[in-house]
Design a protein around this ligand. Structure first.
Ligand SMILES: Cc1ncc(COP(=O)(O)O)c(C=O)c1O
Length: 385
């Protein structure tokens, strides 16, 4: 039995659409399928969409355009962005591409999402260092929606622009509303390991048509169509027609993939519920429906997580470590705002040390997920770790 961590699930439909795209001669950024992707996702999300080359490009362009829209100049004043300490580094890299300063806050120990109290403290600390925080990038980690009521309140209290990092959370809902549609912009990723993929690829969502039109223009080198004349600093960030072909096939399977993942979560839950004295699953945010992109368990006792990972790997069960806390990375220490990292980021550090992502790919079967759960229980209950 082969077990898959986060592999993509491609089939005949993807091959058909890609071949059709190749036959049409449109393989790069100018192609009818890119427009179709924008139509499909505008309908699904209920607003306007610009298709990008990757999720990272989507995040970066959202920030870049927001700076322009709100007349902010990070080269004239120090502008900060609230980012949770546990996320893929693309979130904070996108801030740095735009000369913004990442201001890291801690996460909640159970939902694994940004902790608004820690964010408020971080904003005050940044202010004391002359950094004016103007943005917040909530990340719906592993597909679990952030408590958007809390984030919206925080953004009102501190006058923050919300750029949602919904890279991992396509299809997840908070209070029946899709994640990625709450903020000024929502950025999604279609990297190969996401719920659905375009090989790479991403989209930016907004409720404002004019904003999306301009972002699309920026993603195509800010070029006046008919001539090689540029009116702004442009980027080569547009989705390609080949990416779009794969994505359109995948989109047809989205609801099916989401139902598979929900079932995998239920299986893990059933197996692990008798062991809740020693471990817990990432807690669904109240009033939310996660997409269960990457199902995650956290140990309550201090086990050797690297050893567990190695032992599972020996029996061909692939797992993934939690993202390394960003503010603890040497590269990011120059943006440090606190004296005591271990104290300020204690939940992030705990989750990194004692959490692990489990096989969640839609290429798995119920049997392979059951097998995985049983093997984990066997290893931890026999005190082998
Ligand atoms: C939280 C998060 N943000 C951003 C990205 C970047 O997306 P991409 O790989 O499509 O550039 C990813 C995933 O790759 C992610 O998991």
């Amino acid at each position: 039995m082969k077990i898959y961590l986060d592999n993509c699930n491609l089939g005949e439909l993807e091959k058909k659409y890609v071949l059709e795209a190749i036959d049409s001669g449109f393989i790069s950024t100018r192609g009818p399928l890119v427009k179709k992707v924008e139509e499909v996702f505008s309908g699904y999300l209920g607003g306007y969409v610009a298709a990008t080359y990757s999720g990272t490009a989507a995040l970066s362009l959202s920030l870049r355009y927001s700076l322009k829209k709100y007349n902010l100049d990070p080269l004239k004043e120090k502008i900060g962005v609230i980012i949770p300490a546990i996320t893929f580094a693309a979130t904070s890299h996108a801030a740095l591409y735009n000369n913004l300063i990442p201001i890291f806050c801690d996460i909640d120990k159970y939902t694994l999402n940004l902790d608004p109290n820690s964010a408020a403290k971080a904003i005050e600390l940044a202010k004391s260092k002359g950094i004016s925080v103007k943005f917040i990038m909530p990340v719906h980690l592993y597909g679990n929606p952030c408590d958007m009521d809390e984030i919206l309140k925080l953004s009102k209290d501190y006058d923050l622009i919300i750029i949602e990092d919904a890279a991992e959370s396509l299809g997840s809902k908070y209070k029946d509303i899709l994640t990625g549609t709450f903020g000024e912009f929502g950025a999604f990723s279609f990297n190969a390991n996401k719920v659905i993929t375009a090989s790479s690829g991403g989209i930016i969502f907004s409720k404002n048509e004019k904003d999306i039109e301009y972002i699309r223009f920026l993603s195509l080198q800010a070029r006046i169509e008919s001539e090689y004349y540029h009116t702004d600093l442009g980027y080569n960030y547009r989705m390609t027609n080949i990416e779009a072909a794969i994505l359109l096939a995948q989109f047809e399977k989205l609801e099916y993939f989401l139902s598979l993942k929900k079932n995998f979560y239920k299986i893990y839950y059933e197996y692990f519920k008798n062991y809740f004295d020693i471990l817990y699953l990432q807690k669904d945010t109240n009033n939310s429906i996660p997409n269960y992109w990457l199902i995650t368990i956290i140990f309550k006792n201090k086990i050797d997580i690297a050893n567990l990972k190695a032992k599972l790997n020996d029996i061909n069960i692939p797992t993934r470590r939690i993202f390394y806390p960003l503010p603890l990375m040497e590269f990011y220490k120059k943006y440090q705002i606190v004296d005591n990292l271990e104290d300020f980021y204690k939940n992030s550090i705990y989750i990194y040390n004692y959490g692990i992502n489990l096989p969640s790919s839609t290429k798995n079967t119920s049997e392979s997920i059951e097998y995985t759960a049983k093997k984990i229980i066997e290893l931890i209950s026999k005190n082998k770790i």
